[in-house]
Ligand binder design. Sequence first.
Ligand SMILES: Cc1cc2nc3c(=O)[nH]c(=O)nc-3n(C[C@H](O)[C@H](O)[C@H](O)COP(=O)(O)O)c2cc1C
Length: 402
Amino acid sequence: MLRYLTGGESHGPCLTAILEGIPAGLRINKKLLDEELRRRQAGYGRGERMNIEADEAEILSGLRGGETIGSPITLLIRNKDWENWKDIMSPFSPPESSRDKDKSSLKTTDKLTRPRPGHADLAGAIKYNHTDMRNILERSSARETAARVAVGAIARVLLKEFSIEIISQVVEIGKVKAHTADLTVEKIRRQRDKSKISCPDRTAEKLMIEEIGQAAKAGDSLGGIFEVMVTNVPVGLGSHVHWDKKLDGRLAQALMSIQAIKGIEIGLGFETARRPGSKVHDEIFYQERQSSMEKQGFYRKTNNAGGIEGGMTNGELLLVRAAMKPIPTLKVPLKSVDLITKELVEAAVERADVCAVPAAAVVAEAVVAFEIAKAMREKFGGDSLGEMKRNYEAYMDYVRSI
Ligand SMILES: Cc1cc2nc3c(=O)[nH]c(=O)nc-3n(C[C@H](O)[C@H](O)[C@H](O)COP(=O)(O)O)c2cc1C
């Protein structure tokens, strides 16, 4: 089974992840991991923290001579900002309850007691019986997603061995919508890579950047919508037989677990509810293959299902969309109530992003990569990459023979 856990606080010394179940014999290139981490940090609208960090993944176990050996892979990403937080975040000496000398700094040794609406602060403080909400926000922070991106980068390397690729695009920020329905996946990738906010539609990109600029000026924040596509997925990943084997359910859980994600659609998503069945379901066709390598066989002319039917991949492009709410930490804070005094106050202000939709799309690519890699490991097994590939080829020979 492919599985992982992450550890680490936003201003602690580092983030860690342990990934288990990657077969032996997979070549890992450190540059690929670091490139994914760099992508997560980029994007117009990120806060000052991203100028401090230059994330790099260190691999502490599971790899020898650039190849996986079948044992758990331990990943570590250092927080450069830790230097500035050593006292406050020290595991042993409790911070003094006196304000930091530098009043202009947001860093304070006082307890954080003014919960931010939309964040984990208040519910977490009550649940874990904390009087300092820093004990909650340090872990609820999306800094944790750096570890998930590193895990996803390894999952991606595994998927590449089977020619499976994952790509995302930002399609909405605030009120601005991009028009990219006519673009091929390859064109989306090329145009997105040139964009400051991962949006392939130039006109929309300009308006989105303006919108983020205006939100920043007003001390406000913005959310948006992105799409993740997975190409060349074989038919039959996931299963209809149990709730926890359905791939659509697993993808939704993985995506919804990303901080600030509030809605998921697969394929046509919510729009399916507004149309009659004849305008939703993708009709099935069949084209004889000229050679055993040709893709045809059963195929569809539309892909409203987003590549999943009955909890299983159907061989078409896998397409999911996720909605991110606006960032909860606002420069012009919302009203809140002090945890201790119960007085009406302004919510706490931490250093924050104005809009992190492009970054969330990179995180989404990573969690989708992990879920697809997990489903591939379940279906094709094998302790080494060679064994997994033999199993995959045998199955694909069967699929191509139908
Ligand atoms: C990439 C990324 C960056 C984020 N940056 C911030 C931030 O700077 N400030 C903030 O308050 N929330 C940020 N968030 C959102 C919060 O982490 C999230 O809203 C919070 O943990 C509460 O969880 P929930 O929104 O899922 O309920 C970010 C989320 C993502 C995915």
